[in-house]
Design a binder for this molecule. Structure first.
Ligand SMILES: *Cc1c(COP(=O)(O)O)cnc(C)c1O
Length: 378
């Protein structure tokens, strides 16, 4: 049996162990320390736009702390892209609020600005003004930021930008992760860079960064004894994890180039296969890190079904994965509101993520290409 080709597996650059060893050598084995500070500085330098970064235990924790700082609480409504991973939406439940899901558009696969405005107008008409908008750059593809920000400003509803999958992506030359009132990143195992597990909250001001660190370290007041006047969380990133992150930052751009190469590789294969398209930037305003390369089947045209390709790849020990199942279709969200036309459901029914790691070898790519061509007889 050939070795397994993963969808997206960790890819170390080489210096990660040096920073982790430094943590051991100096006994900084704690949820703070020089690696945490240096990793935050590296992310701030990378993202530019005068942002501040607080490193946390996960991207999900970052969304939770963003909602708390926007005073979202019991009974409030939060507008959220339905087409995403549960890490985006679960924190809405953590604060006792209700998600109101918004459909995707078919070109970027991200939140549809038209449906967002329809949703806002309808909620306001019904007497409940949503407290926040959570937007996602899915699979690394930037969302239509000009339109979304215009709506966020027009109705004065703050934007939380979920850039968990989009570190290194840009919209009109501005870094994803710098558009929101708060933005979040994830460094989970299969993301563009990993710290084994981790995330970050990107803030506009240093005060918000300090507040984030305060909440992520049990909200301890200034006193010699342990005094608490607010509920806090144990969400700070460990100095060990941050050491891995520091090393990963040194290879981030190289790894993005490799993921973009993968996307070109798939575009070349599917160029002459009818009924299958590769998710691509719609104009030069968009620069995707192509965290995952995804394809969409037109079942009326394609000779092969999505499931047939999935099974053929699996038989050759190659991992692929259906697209995210929309959140408004999940059992946990059965009775929630949804504004849209079913675009994200259509994407879910007809799409597939293909192996996209920056560590795919020439040999891996050859095996993938052979399997796809054999399946389509192309
Ligand atoms: C991974 C991910 C998250 C959550 O990040 P974790 O670090 O795994 O908690 C949130 N949103 C999206 C879109 C993600 O892909």
């Amino acid at each position: 049996m050939n070795s397994k080709i993963w969808l997206s597996s960790p890819h170390m650059g080489g210096t990660e162990e040096k920073y982790v060893k430094e943590a051991f050598d100096t006994n900084w084995i704690a949820p703070l320390g020089p690696n945490v500070t240096a990793f935050e500085e590296a992310l701030e330098a990378y993202l530019k736009n005068n942002v501040h970064v607080a490193c946390l235990s996960s991207g999900t924790a970052a969304i939770h702390l963003a909602l708390i700082q926007l005073n979202v609480s019991n009974g409030d409504e939060v507008l959220c892209q339905s087409f995403t991973f549960c890490g985006t939406t679960n924190p809405i439940a953590y604060v006792g609020a209700k998600p109101v899901f918004v459909d995707s558009e078919l070109d970027t696969w991200n939140m549809c600005p038209e449906q967002l405005e329809i949703a806002i107008k309808d909620r306001i008409e019904k007497g409940v003004k949503p407290k926040a908008i959570i937007l996602v750059h899915l699979y690394g593809m930037p969302a239509k930021m000009d339109q979304i920000l215009a709506i966020s400003n027009k109705y004065n509803i703050p934007l939380i930008e979920d850039a968990a999958e989009a570190l290194g992506s840009r919209y009109k030359d501005k870094e994803c992760g710098t558009f929101g009132k708060f933005s979040i990143l994830s460094f989970n195992g299969n993301k563009i860079i990993t710290t084994s597990g981790g995330g970050a909250l990107v803030t506009r001001t240093s005060e918000e960064k300090e507040k984030t660190i305060f909440y992520s370290t049990q909200a301890r007041d200034k006193a010699d004894h342990y005094q608490h006047s607010e509920i806090g969380y144990n969400y700070r990133m460990s100095n060990i994890s941050a050491g891995i992150g520091r090393g990963q930052m040194e290879v981030l751009d190289k790894h993005i180039a490799l993921r973009r190469r993968n996307n070109e590789f798939y575009k070349t294969i599917f160029k002459n296969i009818d009924g299958v398209t590769v998710l691509s930037e719609i104009s030069s305003d968009y620069y995707s890190n192509h965290w995952l390369s995804c394809i969409l089947f037109d079942p009326k045209v394609s000779k092969v079904t999505k499931d047939e390709l999935f099974n053929a790849l699996a038989k050759n020990n190659i991992e692929s994965r259906p697209l995210w199942k929309p959140m408004h279709l999940q059992p946990i969200n059965r009775s929630t509101l949804f504004y849209g036309k079913g675009n994200c459901e259509q994407l879910f029914n007809n799409g597939l993520c293909l192996p996209s790691g920056s560590n795919l070898t020439e040999n891996d790519l050859e095996r993938i290409e052979k399997t796809i061509r054999a399946t389509f007889n192309a």
